[in-house]
Ligand binder design. Structure first.
Ligand SMILES: CC/C=C\C/C=C\C/C=C\C/C=C\C/C=C\C/C=C\CC/C=C/C(=O)SCCNC(=O)CCNC(=O)[C@H](O)C(C)(C)COP(=O)(O)OP(=O)(O)OC[C@H]1O[C@@H](n2cnc3c(N)ncnc32)[C@H](O)[C@@H]1OP(=O)(O)O
Ligand SMILES: Cc1cc2nc3c(=O)[nH]c(=O)nc-3n(C[C@H](O)[C@H](O)[C@H](O)COP(=O)(O)OP(=O)(O)OC[C@H]3O[C@@H](n4cnc5c(N)ncnc54)[C@H](O)[C@@H]3O)c2cc1C
Length: 670
């Protein structure tokens, strides 16, 4: 499909594509998850790429106001096309994804609708979702405040029940209780799920969700008692500035009692608080859902950056033979490969673990429906941990890809600055990554203590049940080839994760209290959580390789990428593996040797491996990452689009530059 997008011009990367040792179409299926997924994604990507309304090549040159208006235009046009073409939910989601411009619709579909689905009663769902599905109302998720984001229990907005009118009074009692950050709140949303402290009969029952109308459906003005605005420009040009993240103050705004989301708890007509038989943590269910989707977003963002850096690395040449022979493609430098190929492997690893996480989430949701809440803690730990590790690695990798592309990577036309700016906040939103890793650590500490009392752990912590062996085993690796054995790899990751968790648990038990110990050891706990999450990613990659994977050479390439993913982590975190005694220094250096060989094997396949992501030039949005590799013409053409080049002599010449030059000239003649 990218070839169609390219329009049949010379393929500067044809030589690279000819060296591929696998079936690229088969790899596209492995990446997308099914032949059907490839087909729908292709169709939606082409629909977006061929529609002039969805152009984005001058996005970074727009003012904030122009960018915001452009986002409104794109969102409205996308909805029009969705209705005209009778798109399915799957197709409409992909359409939004390929438009590739953050906006209010993300919050509406990804948070507002799921919050009502998860926390509303059937009656509430019927009423509000009917309107939301038709875009008669636009919703957002208003949780974070100026004073508190991570600490949800610390939110200050109040919802006080008034039995005399059967209403809640929604109020922001302090400056720090102003809602702050919700996407779409600033200028667009007509409604929101607002999180506030429920107070009834004089008692504070903690945080609950309420549906509030914020703006008139006639003229869009804020309703009485509501003050709303945008919180201001954000990091980078374009990027997340298309989103109107908002601030909101409430001054004793009254809403009917039935606008409290009442699936988890209810307030009766008399003002009695009644809690359902579902765990109160389901209040956080929307966040679990979104964290799961963010893992898929991370793999996509990382694969875009890698696609740009690999294709450009194959085109860019620097230095050469002394005899004046051809210069070297920068992708052939071993340093370039050792920096870039782990990202290529990580993109595939995150993609597969994201597919597994989606399955886990669906499974938990089905269990919740039949009132089985047993797997909720694991789902929370997995979504929190994977969201954290994949988004942090992705943000770091995009930044490194910019450096891997040298000076040209720093240009907006490379696509990398915007990609970085738009994905960097994923380390913060939906839970700060460190805060989330501490949640994983909490789960691990509980599991260690259950194992100590003889309980058999299940799911992603099942390995901890093998404690006798894992606490004292030594890696069997003796040669470079031994590092090709998935069982040998898995064992060292399991031993490292378990030993780090057990060390933490033992040290916590020496502290005066559990709480003090947890706080004192939090840096170690974060590292133990990362080790556990990396084990999940490695394990799921290995399990993926046990599935039927069709297409010539596809499985072999994935085996190499799996090896690179695991071995680069051993290399990067060798301190952990050595200090916990899982591998010796010699085994560590054998792993590194194996890694070097894998890089060499992947090199002829690198361009084809990024082609398998199946991105159009429109979606990639990069002069460096073009499918045809015609990088220099593209860079040259893009430069002329800059508003500075609209005139040959710049604005300001007459006022500032000319007088300065004339003055200096005059002085020099004196
Ligand atoms: C070039 C490119 C251009 C354009 C690109 C285009 C598109 C954009 C590209 C990328 C983005 C694409 C898509 C993005 C998709 C979606 C994102 C869209 C927008 C982002 C919008 C962001 C929204 C938000 O940020 S909403 C606000 C989120 N806030 C948080 O996450 C707050 C974090 N804090 C918490 O979750 C909690 O407070 C806490 C840290 C967990 C602590 O909670 P608390 O104090 O209550 O609890 P305890 O620690 O005491 O725990 C009690 C108990 O509960 C368990 N627990 C906690 N949480 C959960 C849970 N979620 N589920 C289940 N159980 C939970 C906890 O473990 C304890 O259990 P135990 O008592 O058993 O130990
Ligand atoms: C682009 C963007 C979009 C957003 N969209 C929305 C939205 O639509 N709706 C919404 O409600 N919110 C939204 N948010 C808010 C977001 O969810 C919060 O910013 C996030 O949860 C982090 O909270 P915080 O800002 O309070 O960070 P803080 O908690 O203040 O973090 C500051 C620092 O303190 C550290 N820290 C905090 N607590 C601990 C602890 N217990 N132990 C150790 N370290 C700790 C953190 O690691 C961090 O380094 C958005 C944020 C961004 C950036």
């Amino acid at each position: 499909m990218a070839a169609a997008d390219w329009g049949g011009k010379a393929d500067h990367l044809a030589g690279e594509r000819a060296t591929a040792q696998f079936d690229v179409d088969g790899m596209k299926v492995a990446w997308a998850g099914s032949r059907h997924a490839v087909e729908v994604a292709d169709r939606m990507a082409c629909l977006v790429a061929s529609d002039p309304v969805f152009r984005k090549d001058t996005r970074t040159m727009l003012s904030r106001k122009e960018l915001f208006k452009d986002t409104l235009k794109k969102a409205a046009h996308a909805w029009k096309r969705t209705v005209e073409l009778h798109l399915t939910e799957e197709e409409a989601n992909l359409l939004r994804l390929y438009i590739d411009q953050p906006g209010y619709v993300d919050l509406h579909w990804v948070m507002f609708v799921p919050a009502i689905k998860g926390q509303g009663t059937e009656e509430q769902q019927k009423k509000w979702l009917t309107m939301a599905y038709k875009f008669q109302i636009i919703g957002t998720y208003a949780q974070t405040e100026l004073g508190h984001g991570s600490n949800v229990q610390g939110l200050e907005t109040t919802a006080t029940f008034d039995p005399s009118t059967d209403e809640f009074i929604m109020h922001s009692p302090t400056l720090t209780s102003s809602k702050w950050w919700p996407g779409g709140l600033g200028k667009t949303s007509t409604h929101a799920v607002v999180y506030a402290r429920l107070i009834t009969e004089g008692k504070d029952y903690g945080i609950h969700g309420f549906i509030m109308q914020l703006r008139s459906l006639d003229d869009h003005s804020p309703l009485p008692g509501i003050t709303i605005g945008d919180i201001g420009g954000k990091f980078g040009s374009g990027a997340y500035n298309s989103m109107d993240n908002g601030v909101m103050r409430l001054d004793h705004v009254r809403i009917p009692r039935d606008q409290m989301l009442m699936r988890l708890a209810q307030v009766t007509r008399e003002g009695k608080y009644v809690h359902s038989d579902v765990p109160k943590q389901l209040l956080y269910g929307t966040m679990v859902y979104v964290r799961q989707t963010i893992v898929a977003d991370a793999s996509r963002a990382l694969s875009r950056a890698v696609c740009i850096a690999v294709r450009y690395g194959a085109i860019r040449k620097q230095f050469g033979s002394k005899a004046g022979g051809p210069e070297t493609q920068v992708l052939n430098y071993k340093t370039q490969q050792s920096r870039l190929f782990p990202f290529l492997a990580s993109a595939y690893a995150f993609r597969f673990v994201g597919q597994w996480l989606k399955w886990l989430y669906t499974d938990v949701t089905q269990k919740l429906e039949s009132k089985d809440f047993s797997t909720l803690p694991e789902a929370h730990a997995c979504t929190a941990g994977l969201k954290s590790v994949t988004t942090s690695a992705t943000a770091d990798a995009i930044e490194e890809c910019q450096k891997l592309c040298g000076g040209h990577g720093y240009l907006n036309s490379s696509g990398l600055p915007e990609l970085f700016a738009v994905n960097l906040p994923a380390c913060t939103y939906e839970g700060d990554n460190v805060v989330l890793l501490l949640q994983v650590a909490r789960f691990l500490m509980k599991t260690v203590s259950q194992v100590a009392s003889g309980k058999q752990p299940v799911g992603t912590t099942a390995y901890m049940g093998n404690i006798q062996h894992l606490m004292q085993c030594k890696s069997v690796v003796n040669t470079v080839e031994d590092w090709l054995n998935p069982a040998a790899i898995k064992e060292v990751f399991e031993a490292r994760a378990l030993r780090m968790a057990v060390n933490c648990a033992q040290n916590i038990s020496k502290a005066p209290s559990q709480e003090e110990g947890f706080s004192e050891l939090s840096p170690d706990l974060v590292e133990a959580a990362v080790a556990h999450v990396q084990l999940i990613i490695v394990t799921k990659f290995i399990e993926k390789l046990q599935e039927d994977i069709l297409g010539h050479g596809v499985k072999e390439q994935l085996q190499k990428l799996c090896g690179i993913y695991a071995l680069h982590l051993i290399h990067k975190h060798l301190g952990d593996f050595l200090s916990t005694g899982c591998v010796t220094a010699r085994q560590g250096s054998l792993a590194n040797e194996r890694l070097g060989k894998l890089y060499a094997q992947v090199r002829p396949n690198a361009v084809a491996l990024v082609d398998a992501f199946d991105y159009t030039d429109h979606y990639l949005g990069s002069a460096l990452g073009r499918y045809d590799g015609d990088v220099y013409s593209a860079l040259y053409k893009e430069a002329w689009k800059d508003p500075l080049n609209e005139t040959v002599v710049p604005d300001g010449y007459q006022e500032h530059l000319r007088p300065l030059l004339k003055q200096q000239l005059k002085l020099s003649r004196l």
